[in-house]
Design a protein around this ligand. Structure first.
Ligand SMILES: Cc1cc2nc3c(=O)[nH]c(=O)nc-3n(C[C@H](O)[C@H](O)[C@H](O)COP(=O)(O)OP(=O)(O)OC[C@H]3O[C@@H](n4cnc5c(N)ncnc54)[C@H](O)[C@@H]3O)c2cc1C
Length: 507
């Protein structure tokens, strides 16, 4: 019997039962589901996206993006400035499409979490065991030097020249050859996304996954969450024309930081503290594209070999992030003939970015039509940090011989020499001319020890809604300042352990 059910495999009006229903199969959902299945529970995943195995991955952006990204990646956070974001909608969630960087939560962040919650649960000492466990499962290892591309080597040498610290990446991969197609699904299966790591283990332990099924509302009876009501998404028409109910002793929401609060907001669940949907964090980042006079062929090598952490004390990080031509072209300021002209230099480009740790959170609200509406403004201080970061990154590229650097500003597209760097400060007076982007969505249903300051307790259980847990990036009390997937996985593993220890909250 197949463990992965598709739209044609379930009926309109069908009722399914399980011990645990996990909504979402990304970094959080896959981990909590696999751990509970191995602990002997009957686990059923509900996943809005489709199942796309490694053999189906290809380099064609126009085919892969609509198939696997939510709304074909046309998603945006409203604010000053608006920030486009992307997230996966497929089995494996965003891990199927992510860059594979696997950094643990920095010690300083865990110390802050311990202080905020006043409990040792989220301390480095408590989570160390779980970090080790998830790292083993996803094969988090340093990237082999043969798969490091020239763009990474340029960043590494440029950082050394200017006295910045460059750290070689740890990635969840096993014999990655550096195909540079992570964001369209790893074509070799080397990247250990949850699609190829946790989900198969969950299936081995008996879990089932209903794909193309969107959880639309919680089934709440007598004040306890008893399941989810879902809508089947017809893969041909995208219409939601089937209704399926899943009843379970425990419901785990792992839809990511935008859709988990949106589902809870429908019921006002978790709202009493006023924290639900607040504390929305997103590590905004700004792209800096450098063109060199010699061929780099940055596609020959992993999308990101390392990170410049020289400014970590200011919450600034630089990294290269090369992507296939269609994905890169979509990020240019220019269009039509001008974009075509620019893309002729694809073999001489290094695509890099400045990531800034959030200083003030935004919020996710639910619209009248049931859609989530994320809002977020960068602060004047964040703006200042971006200008510093972009200036230093452009300086690094010029020091390595770049002849043109494209900047993330709508009123200053490019500069051609280091003498032009002061133009950045002169022209960038307003936040609205910054062009930002993000792939790290966090917060919105934060964990805590006090119900008036959080949405879930330190077990991930939603305050005042027995039977309902959260296990995804929504749980973060603050931003982590590094790539978040390992933190999400460790917290999801913690939630699974506590659910089992409380025998799913005594059913
Ligand atoms: C392009 C890209 C590159 C990235 N690079 C890195 C990186 O290198 N390292 C790193 O650490 N992080 C990276 N990230 C971020 C990381 O992948 C995410 O932070 C992480 O996957 C989030 O985990 P999650 O469980 O919160 O949500 P997701 O992994 O996004 O999973 C949520 C799942 O829930 C499903 N879902 C949502 N709503 C519903 C619903 N109502 N019903 C049913 N299913 C639903 C979605 O389809 C999705 O499958 C990247 C992300 C992207 C998109």
């Amino acid at each position: 019997m197949s463990r992965i059910l598709e739209y044609a495999d379930y009926e309109d009006g069908q009722l399914l039962r399980a011990d645990v229903v996990v909504v979402g199969t990304g970094a959080g959902g896959a981990v909590v589901g696999k751990e509970l299945a191995e602990a002997g529970y009957d686990v059923l995943f509900v996943e809005e996206g489709g199942y796309h195995p490694t053999s189906s991955f290809n380099p064609f952006v126009e085919e892969s993006v609509p198939r696997m990204y939510r709304d074909a990646s046309a998603t945006v956070i409203l604010g000053k400035p608006p920030i486009p974001y992307v997230e996966g909608r497929c089995v494996g969630g965003s891990t199927t499409l992510n860059g594979g960087m696997t950094w643990r939560t920095p010690e300083s962040v865990l110390a802050e979490w311990e202080a905020i919650t006043g409990q040792p649960d989220l301390s480095s000492a408590s989570l160390d065991r779980l970090f080790t466990r998830v790292e083993e499962h996803v094969h988090a290892k340093p990237q082999a030097s043969y798969s490091i591309g020239n763009d990474s080597r340029v960043m590494d040498r440029g950082a050394a020249k200017l006295g910045f610290e460059y750290l070689h990446n740890i990635r969840n991969q096993d014999r990655c050859v550096g195909a540079n197609s992570c964001v369209l699904g790893c074509p070799t299966g080397a990247k250990r996304s949850t699609l190829v790591s946790y989900m198969p283990k969950a299936f081995e332990a008996g879990a089932r996954c209903l794909t193309l099924l969107r959880a639309d509302e919680l089934l709440i009876e007598g004040g306890r969450c008893r399941g989810v009501r879902c809508r089947g998404v017809n893969p041909r028409t995208r219409r939601e024309d089937k209704r399926v109910d899943v009843r379970a002793d425990a419901v785990v929401l792992a839809c990511g930081s935008i859709h988990t609060p949106n589902l809870l907001l429908r019921h006002d669940a978790g709202r009493p503290s006023g924290q639900l949907g607040r504390n929305f964090l997103c590590h905004p980042n700004a792209k800096v594209l450098a063109v060199y006079p010699f061929a780099l062929k940055s596609w020959e090598g992993v999308n990101q070999g390392g990170q410049v952490r020289g400014f970590r004390d200011r919450g600034i990080l630089f990294a290269e992030n090369f992507v296939p031509p269609g994905a890169l072209a979509a990020q240019l300021h220019v269009h039509g003939a001008e974009a075509w002209e620019l893309m002729q230099d694809y073999d001489r480009m290094a695509l890099t970015g400045v990531l800034v740790e959030d200083s003030r959170p935004g919020r996710v609200r639910r619209s009248l039509f049931g859609m989530p509406v994320p809002t977020y403004d960068i602060t004047h201080e964040d703006h200042d940090r971006f200008l510093d970061g972009v200036t230093h990154l452009a300086e690094l590229h010029f020091s390595m011989g770049a002849t043109r650097v494209y900047l993330p500003f709508s009123n200053l597209h490019s500069i051609d020499s280091p003498d032009e760097l002061p133009k950045i400060r002169k022209t960038q007076r307003k936040r609205s001319s910054m062009e930002l982007f993000t792939v790290h969505l966090m917060g919105t249903a934060r964990m805590g020890s006090r119900r008036e300051r959080s949405v879930t307790d330190l077990r991930g259980a939603v305050w005042d809604l027995p039977g309902c847990w959260v296990a995804d990036a929504s749980l973060f009390p603050t931003a982590v300042g590094v790539n978040p997937q390992i933190t999400i996985m460790a917290l999801a593993n913690l939630v699974a352990e506590r659910m089992a220890a409380d025998d799913l909250d005594r059913r």
